[in-house]
Design a protein around this ligand. Structure first.
Ligand code: CTP
Length: 425
């Protein structure tokens, strides 16, 4: 099941240069299974035409209170308000924030805001000076105090050419927040959500965590390689989370296009053998290793320096095994905590338990790759975590960012037992 399946989202779009990013937000929401109805202000329509949003959402786009739109009754604010599970306003201008904060209802979106009972998430985007203006800040505070969620803009280059805090928050963070705010039944249990909200800022200080991420590429000739669809999102989320929680992080990553998390030692590699070398040369200073990379199990037996030219005949490709990095470090683990990943299509728990034992792991995170909606490339995953005492934890579908926090929690929970074992041996 997709993470937003069955959810109805009202996407309010107001008139700033970041309107074009609302196209991306809409595409992410629909890709994740949500039904989306777009409400645009008059100024937003100056930037991107409603037709774009209509085609992508497969729904009429609403704008005017009295032009009868698709419903034709001039009561859209009521029918839309009843329909939505969440109202997301992105980008939100200083003007709409001012209207929301002060109860002004002079167009469809501001009237709708007063009519909804569902959660509201506002993603401001504007010039930095406007954003920091005391009036805007007071309006934001006022909304915040009334349980309206605000996802803050980020620092960067602004449309006016200035640099500052005013850029619309990144699309992934907005989608993540939408999921967090939706009624929880399907995404995550209350307990887990509570667990997320605690202050965990520094619970990994004094720890060094080595994380591998992404695919490997095994070259066949200068133009071709063997690889897999891993995006690295899980490993990068783990690196970011571990860093945020105070760890020193070494991120060894196969090729990909994700932004490198701040403040980590980043080591790019291509082949499984390069990854092995990088892992072995950094393992001694790490106390925890998380192997989330999708390492190729095979590489071409021969690399052809010249491009292999096509002929009319079929060819047979000979492959040989790559080193099993995880098994190797499992053998010399000492008191390190080692976490492996497994991707299975059948008998997933039994197979993962076997891997955990054979590779001498402390934890294994296993996902069912027979479901095309989750896992590789997705922002979401549904996994089970198995520990070395055989405890299996089946987790619900959730974002990889949230999952990263939970995996780190499980790693921390392994440690006291290990210390105890060490003292008693
Ligand atoms: N791994 C590794 N070195 C390899 C292959 C995999 O370190 N050459 C690691 C991965 O990073 C992951 C785990 O081992 O943490 C996956 O285990 P593996 O036994 O390779 O499982 P699958 O890739 O699922 O392969 P299979 O089911 O074919 O055994």
């Amino acid at each position: 099941m997709k993470p937003l399946e069955g959810k109805e989202i009202i996407l309010g779009i107001t008139g700033g240069i970041a309107v074009y990013k609302a196209v991306d937000i809409l595409r992410h929401l629909t890709r994740d299974g949500a039904g989306v109805t777009v409400v645009m202000t008059r100024h937003a329509r100056e930037f991107v035409t409603p037709l774009t949003f209509q085609v992508l959402s497969k729904n009429p786009v609403y704008s005017d209170m009295f032009k009868g739109n698709m419903a034709g009754k001039g009561m859209e604010h009521i029918s839309l308000a009843e329909r939505g599970d969440i109202l997301l306003v992105a980008p939100a201008t200083a003007n709409i924030i001012g209207k929301f904060a002060n109860g002004i209802a002079d167009d469809l979106l501001s009237t709708l805001f007063l009519s909804v009972t569902c959660p509201v998430l506002i993603a401001p985007s504007m010039n930095e000076k406007m954003y920091h203006n005391i009036v805007v800040q007071e309006n934001i505070k006022r909304l915040h105090n009334r349980n309206i969620e605000i996802i803050e803009p980020v620092y960067g280059e602004l449309a006016c050419g200035d640099e500052g805090k005013g850029r619309l928050a990144d699309v992934d963070s907005i989608i993540e927040k939408v999921i967090e705010l939706l009624p929880m039944s399907d995404n995550i249990s209350t307990g887990e959500r509570g667990e997320q909200q605690g202050d965990k800022k520094n619970d990994l200080s004094n720890r060094t965590i080595l994380i591998t991420a992404g695919p490997t590429q095994e070259p066949l000739d200068p133009a071709r390689y063997l690889s897999n669809p891993s995006s690295g999102k899980m490993g990068y989320a783990l690196a970011d989370t571990a860093r945020r929680r105070g760890a020193e992080v070494i991120l060894i990553s196969g090729p990909g296009s994700l932004p490198i998390p701040n403040d980590v030692t980043f080591i790019p590699v291509k082949r499984a053998r390069e990854m092995e070398k990088a892992v072995l040369s950094h393992i001694d200073r790490s106390d925890t290793v998380i192997m989330s990379a999708a390492v190729s199990d095979f590489e071409p037996k021969r690399f052809s320096k010249k491009k292999i030219k096509k002929t009319n005949k079929d060819i047979v490709l000979e492959l040989k095994r790559t080193p099993d990095i995880l098994a190797k470090i499992g053998l010399r683990k000492e008191d390190k905590i080692i976490v492996g990943f497994a991707a299975e299509t059948d008998d997933i728990i039994v197979k993962a338990e076997k891997k955990l034992k054979n590779k001498r792991l402390d934890l294994i995170v296993v996902n069912d790759i027979s479901n095309p909606d989750i896992g590789f490339r997705s922002d979401f995953n549904k996994v089970s975590i198995i520990d070395n005492e055989g405890k299996v934890d089946h987790l619900p579908l959730m974002s990889k960012k949230r999952l990263a926090d939970i995996i780190i929690d499980r790693i921390i929970a392994v440690e006291p037992k290990k210390r105890y074992q060490r003292r008693n041996t």
